[in-house]
Ligand binder design. Sequence first.
Ligand code: ADP
Length: 588
Amino acid sequence: MPDRQDLAQTISTLSAAQRSLLGARLSDTSVDGSTLIARSLKELGIGHIYSIAGTPIDRTLTACAEVGICVVGVRHQNNGVLMALAQNYVAGQLVAAAILSAGPAVTNAATGILVAWDNAWPLLVLGGRRSLQMQGKGQFQELDAVALFQSITKYAGLVATIAEIPNALRHAVGVAIAARPGPVYLDIAEEVFTDTQSTAISSALTPTAVTGQDEPFGLPISTRESLKDHPQAIQRAAHLLSQASRPALIVGKGVRWSTPYAALDCLVNRYRIPFVTSPMGRGFLPDDHPICYTSVRAALLATADVVLVLGARLNWTFRFGAELRAETELIQIDIEAAELEANVKPDVGIVGDVEVVLAQLLAYLEQSPPKHHCLPTFHTWLRELDRQKAQKEREIEPLLTSDAIPMSPQRLVHEIQACLPRNAICIVDGSVILAATQQVLKTYLPVSRLTPGSNGCIGTGIPFAIGAKLAQPDRLVVAICGDTGIGMSLMELETAVRYQIPLIVAIANNNGNSGSLRSSSHLDGEARRIAMFQPDLRYEQIVSVLGGYGEFITSPQDIQPALQRAIAANTAACINVKVDPAAPYPLL
Ligand code: ADP
């Protein structure tokens, strides 16, 4: 018997006709492109596909179901991409992908792909492309999506032959998860889905059959192996921390792609380094920790003498670093080298996986532990921060307890929080409600709070909730959404009902965009309709029609009982809550 390599070499010299004849002799079974895609996805760990059926992907969806991948039929492609994205974030790995039919189905997904890009989250999107042989002849839904997505993906490529499928998918998944994660798009030509080849040939040909580029689909080296140690930089970082008088920690959502939880615990609980988190970094360390100063972030960062940044970008979220004093010693650990040059140049920048680097940093700190918490000045500093924190809480208190109707967005969030178990996953969507939750909603565990993320994309709430619930079916998932975002995704509650995905959507209904009276105040007469919807729209009735559970609430006292009923309904539930359209937009 020739070995596998000999066989592959021999096969590569044959004509297409000879290969197909040989294939038929070598094996009775042949496989079509759709089946090969499904099998490859399954082998790569994809357990969920989000899609809307259509040509040329229909057969692929069936093939995915046949190999045991759960195919979720959604109501809009963009929502499907957002669901896959949230599922991957909550799972901490690439377990979900989107498959799109052609043309507009692909462009519909552009916003979700941009959210993946801006959030640096892994995503795999496969799109159908019309026949390559007929390209340029005015085919229905013809589109060069590779060119379209190149600027917002880590990789966008074309799969032109069936033989390329296994390596193309392996490469795509590898790129999506390697180093800083991100989205990858593969355009799959129509003929690739329907073409067939012998299973013997398809596996034997894989090493040589890919297109003419140099190693076009080589699997990237795994993140951790590719990184070099930086002993001097880590030693210097340890020295700065051990000498600091007022050290502080910034934690961002990038720590999701590592598991540095024991190290974070050590920095905060053993070495007593106070911390702040980014909006989605909340929960990687608990919000109710005594030395969490997220609510007075500016005060902490303006007075710290050494700041350690983990998995966060000093972009607009952190005012481009302007909250730090010029003389503050900045240590930044990031998997992406370019990040360390982006805004404030750190005094010590370490390119690497946060868990790997922190393990080495802690080994140095073991030898020379920080002593700041033995100094009286440190405790004076914390007392002042505690005072400011308590002051903030006192300022918000009246909003949380006021029985005024319509209620404030803060009162709504306060009532919801009272019903949530500590391990609930909360999704927040909408500008007014984002600001209110930033003030009021506490998060205690990692990956328990999803905001739209770095580009503030409205409409992510319901799709993120569905993806999060599929990643963690045992946890309560609650999306708190503004009425603008709801307009973009409410139909996905039909998807949730159909797939028996229980979740709760609380609508902060203030009759329009961004606190409708505020945002429409600069619009006159007829133009006010731009920002103001019909008052008191009964979205919960739509959810009932879709097969879910719904209640309309005006009184703050009714929220908790309604939420309990919604949880007991064990389906897609909507609590539509009237909130004050004139509520002042909270300044953070
Ligand atoms: P946030 O919005 O929470 O501030 P960002 O998305 O802006 O967070 O930043 C996350 C950062 O985390 C990115 O710069 C990304 O490169 C980085 N990152 C991602 N994965 C890792 C990892 N495994 N180790 C270190 N840094 C990482």
